[in-house]
Design a protein around this ligand. Structure first.
Ligand code: NOJ
Length: 550
C-alpha cells in the first residue's frame, strides 16, 4: 500500500530540457534538472516514452521497447538518470505503450514480410463480405481504424494513428513479450509503470461492428478479458516487486471497471487514470467543439469518482494536467486575473482527495497554454487532423483555429519554461514547439517571487506527513454550494472557491477555530469559524480540527 502517501511528477522528455541545442529535450537534460526535481520533492518521476520511435505520436509509437531513441540519449544516460534520481529517493516510472506498436517495430515488419508468427501479434482481417472495411470502428485520431496491410488485400487495426498497429492480446506470446519487457526494465531498477490505454487490450473477440446507433467504442473498451490479462501481467512481472507503483490509463471507462482494475484484492493495478472530469467542457461529449465550463461541473465529476472509487474499493490517480490536456489553469482557472490563486486552488482540491496525486511538468509554476496565432504553430497529428476535419465540415478557418487552440494536446507540450530567454532555458537552439510567455512565467521568476511552486512543495509534504490525507476516508461537504468544492478527509477539511467571486461557506462545527494546514493566499486573514467562512477569489485551504474540539 505504499502508493497512498506518494506524489508523482510527469516529465514529457521531448519538452523538459534540451542538453545539446537541437531544440528537442533529452535524457541528459533531465539529468541536469535532478536538483530541481529534488527541491520540489515528488517520490517518483514518470517519464513519457523515450524509446526508439519514428515519433509520429511523439514516442507513443514504439519501435523498440528495450532501447532509447537516439534523439533522447543512450542507455547509459538512462541508467545515470535512474541512479541519479535514486540518490534523492526518487523512483522512476516508465510508460508502457502496450496496446499497439509502431508499424516500424520489428514484429510488424516481419508480419508484413509474411511471417505467420508475427502476423498473429496484430489484428489483421480480410475486408468485409461487401468489400468494405472489416468493421465500423474509428481511429481516435480521426478516420477509420483500419488500413491496408501491405498488398495482401487484408487490413490491420489501429485505434490511433495508422502507424500505431494494435496488438493481439489474445495471443499468449504477445502477453509473454509484454511481461518480458516489464521484467527487462525491472532489471534496470525501474519500479513504476504506467500502462497506456490499457483498458483497450480486451477487444471483442470477433472484432464485430457495433450494432446500429451504438458507439463502436463499446466493442473494444473495458472488455471482459482486460482484468484477466492485467492479473497475468501482474503475476508475471511487477507483482513480485514489493515497492512498486503501477497505474493504468483508462480510455472512456466507468467507475465500476476502474474499481475492479485497482482493487487491491484483484492484484491488477495500483491505480487508474480516468478522464470524465476533463470532459466536463466537451459539449455532448465532443472534444472538437467549445462550450463554457460551469464551475460546479468539475467538482461534481471529481466528487462522483472520489465517492464511487471509495465505495468500490479502488484507487484514483489524481490529476488535472498531463501531456494530452490543455493546461488546467486555462480551462478551470483565470490565467489573466488570478493565475497563482487559481493554479494553487486547483492543485489543493486535487491533491487532497483520496488517491495519488500526479503533477505534470510546469503546472508547479502555473504554466499556461501557448499564445499561438497560426495553425502552423501546432505539431500534433491529432490537432492537425482535427483542424482539417473542422474545415471539411464547414467551420471557418478562424473558428477551426479557435477550437484547435483550446483543445490541442500541444498546449501541454510546449517546452518547460526555466527562464525568460528566447529558448526559455529549455534550449539554446530552436525549440521544436515554441514557448510564448516565458518572459512572465518561468521557474527562475517563480522561485524568487512566486508562490505556486512553494504551494506544491507544501501539498507534497502534507501527503507525506498527514495520514488522514493519504489514508483517510472521503466525504463531500456542502455539495450543493454553487461555487465551492469542499470535502472532509476524516479530520481534515478542504475547501476551494472555484470562481473569481468572493463567497461564503458554512464549515463543519468541529473545524471551528481549526488550524490551517495550507492556504493559497499570503497569510489567512480571519479565523475559520463555522458560522461563515469567507473564501476570496479562487481561495483554497485545508484545516485540521481546532485544539478545543475533538
Ligand atoms: C494515450 C497517450 O497518453 C497519448 O499521448 C497517446 O497518443 C495515445 N495513448 C496513444 O498511445
Amino acid at each position: 500500500m505504499s502508493f497512498h502517501d506518494k506524489v508523482i511528477y510527469q516529465i514529457y522528455p521531448k519538452s523538459f530540457q534540451d542538453s545539446d541545442g537541437n531544440g528537442v529535450g533529452d535524457l541528459r537534460g533531465v539529468i541536469d534538472r535532478i536538483p530541481y526535481l529534488a527541491e520540489l520533492g515528488p517520490d517518483m518521476v514518470w517519464l513519457s516514452p523515450f524509446f526508439v520511435s519514428p515519433q509520429r505520436d511523439n514516442g507513443y509509437d514504439v519501435a523498440d521497447y528495450r532501447a532509447v531513441d537516439p534523439t533522447m540519449g543512450t542507455i547509459d544516460d538512462l541508467q545515470e538518470l535512474i541512479d541519479g534520481l535514486a540518490g534523492h529517493r526518487i523512483g522512476v516510472m516508465f510508460d508502457m505503450v502496450f496496446n499497439h506498436t509502431s508499424t516500424e517495430h520489428e514484429w510488424f515488419r516481419r508480419a508484413l514480410a509474411g511471417e505467420e508468427r508475427f502476423r498473429d501479434y496484430y489484428l489483421i482481417r480480410p475486408p468485409a463480405p461487401d468489400g468494405g472495411l472489416p468493421n465500423n470502428w474509428e481511429s481516435k485520431f480521426g478516420g477509420p481504424a483500419w488500413s491496408k496491410f501491405g498488398d495482401t488485400g487484408d487490413y490491420y487495426l489501429h485505434l490511433f494513428d495508422r502507424t500505431q498497429a494494435d496488438l493481439n492480446w489474445r495471443n499468449p506470446e504477445v502477453r509473454q513479450e509484454m511481461a518480458d519487457i516489464v521484467n527487462f526494465w525491472i532489471g534496470h531498477g525501474v519500479t513504476g509503470f504506467r500502462f497506456d490505454v490499457i483498458n483497450l487490450i480486451g477487444k471483442e473477440e470477433q472484432l464485430r461492428s457495433s450494432p446500429k446507433d451504438v458507439d463502436p467504442r463499446v466493442m473494444y473498451t473495458d472488455g471482459e478479458d482486460v482484468e484477466t490479462y492485467l492479473r497475468e501481467l501482474h503475476d508475471a512481472s511487477f507483482g513480485r516487486l514489493a515497492e512498486r507503483i503501477t497505474v493504468g490509463e483508462m480510455s472512456s471507462t466507468s467507475i465500476q471497471a476502474c474499481a475492479g482494475y485497482s482493487h487491491p484484492d484483484n492484484q491488477e493495478l495500483d491505480m487508474v487514470f480516468s478522464f470524465h472530469h476533463l470532459k466536463v467542457d466537451y459539449p455532448n461529449g465532443q472534444k472538437w467543439a467549445l462550450a463554457p465550463v460551469k464551475p460546479d461541473a468539475l467538482k461534481l465529476k471529481l466528487h462522483e469518482w472520489a465517492e464511487g472509487m471509495q465505495t468500490g474499493g479502488g484507487w484514483n490517480a489524481l490529476f488535472l494536467n498531463n501531456h494530452d490536456q490543455p493546461r488546467s489553469v486555462c480551462r478551470f482557472g483565470d490565467p489573466a486575473g488570478y493565475r497563482a490563486e487559481s493554479a494553487t486552488m486547483l492543485a489543493t482540491i486535487t491533491h487532497l482527495l483520496r488517491g495519488t496525486p500526479f503533477i505534470y511538468m510546469g503546472e508547479e509554476i502555473g504554466m499556461t497554454d501557448p499564445e499561438y496565432d497560426s495553425i502552423t504553430d501546432y505539431a500534433d497529428i491529432e490537432a492537425l487532423n482535427a483542424y482539417d476535419e473542422l474545415i471539411r465540415s464547414g467551420h471557418s478557418a478562424a473558428e477551426a483555429f479557435r477550437i484547435v487552440s483550446a483543445r490541442a494536446r500541444d498546449n501541454a507540450r510546449t517546452p518547460m519554461q526555466w527562464d525568460s530567454s528566447p529558448g526559455a532555458g529549455f534550449t539554446t537552439g530552436n525549440a521544436w514547439l515554441s514557448p510564448t510567455n516565458q518572459d512572465r512565467i518561468n521557474v527562475a521568476t517563480e522561485l524568487s517571487s512566486g508562490r505556486i511552486f512553494r504551494h506544491y512543495q507544501r501539498l507534497i509534504r502534507l501527503r507525506h506527513e498527514i495520514p488522514d490525507i493519504s489514508a483517510g476516508s472521503y466525504r463531500a461537504w456542502a455539495l450543493e454550494h454553487p461555487s465551492v468544492y469542499a470535502y472532509l478527509r476524516d479530520d481534515v477539511f478542504v475547501a476551494g472557491n472555484l470562481t473569481s467571486e468572493t463567497t461564503t461557506l458554512q464549515i463543519p462545527e468541529e473545524f471551528d477555530h481549526g488550524e490551517y494546514l495550507i492556504n493559497n493566499y499570503p497569510g489567512p486573514n480571519y479565523p475559520p469559524t463555522s458560522a461563515s467562512l469567507t473564501l476570496r477569489p479562487y481561495e483554497a485551504l485545508a484545516l485540521s480540527k481546532g485544539e478545543t474540539t475533538s
